[in-house]
Design a protein around this ligand. Sequence first.
Ligand code: P6P
Length: 354
Amino acid sequence: MAISQNGNIVSSVGQFKTLEQFIIEQQHVLPYSTGAFSRLIRDISVAAKIINRDINKAGLVDIIGDAGEVNVQGEDQQKLDIMAHNELVRALIRGGECCVIGSEEQEDLIFVEPNSSGHGEYIVLFDPLDGSSNIDVNVSVGTIFSVYRLEKFSGEGKPTMEDVLRPGVDQVASGYVIYGSSTMLVYTTGHGVNGFTLDPSVGEFMLSHPDIKTPEQGTLYSINEGYYRAFEKGLREYIKWIQTPDEATGRPYTSRYIGSFISDFHRNLLRGGIYMYPSTAKNKNGKLRLMYEVNPTAFIVEQAGGIAIDGTKRVMEIIPGSLHARTPLFIGSKQMVERVQQFLSGELTLKNAS
Ligand code: P6P
């Protein structure tokens, strides 16, 4: 139920616009929209509701814990990872708007057979359940997705990997679902960022966060400081700088690192902050995957007024080398990312930074 400004409890159905209503209203601003794109977003939202249902009862049925297999990243696959992957693939194939699917949980692309009305026009890449190592301890996790449009195939009769490996600037949409104290779907089609909260009493996503803009400056920083000794000099100096008390600039900043990227990203997006996953001894190219974690959140943060770089350049301009490529990531409030970039380049040091 929703609480209105005057404190009255109002029916969320009457109070808020549903995702379906919002998608239909937005349809006129999408240059190519034939309704197919609207159906695609709806298909993803249906899968999100099913994943949400299964996550919320994870402790009660035998779907928690390791599935005994590892994914392409060599990470233990949690049963919910596989469930989330299957639900998304099923919804996208059933919806018929996709021609090819890429998932963190599967090495190769999934090609969707054309149906009676021909092949789908969209590529959807996703991490079905980011932060899944936290599932057993009830920490919020998320689904992250990236959408490209593919009008014609370069291969004979079906898409190729070449069609898929495109820079983030080519995305036509991206979003995430965060399964936390409430379940939210946040997405962009390049016309701003909007957040929808699931009202479980009616099973609808309601527009709860219209036109999200991220503060230009924040005081939250998210990084695994356990790797501090492996960080490059400029990053070590930046961390020491933000920990140096200075009332005028709100320092020391507050460290918040949940170990679930989409949870850290979502909190920083709303409150202002920076999430950093740099090159480390264990992950020389960073840990996050370019195609289905970095590009989608970079699209969102830029639409919300923030910045996303790999340390030197805009991540959305990186030409992907492979479907599961990784990249270092510094993402969040504009002024915070600009500042860390100045330390990484050596332009600023602990000595000369004010
Ligand atoms: P570390 C989860 O596995 C993940 O990909 C992100 O969700 C999270 O921010 C990061 O890895 C945590 O990695 O190395 O700090 O444990």
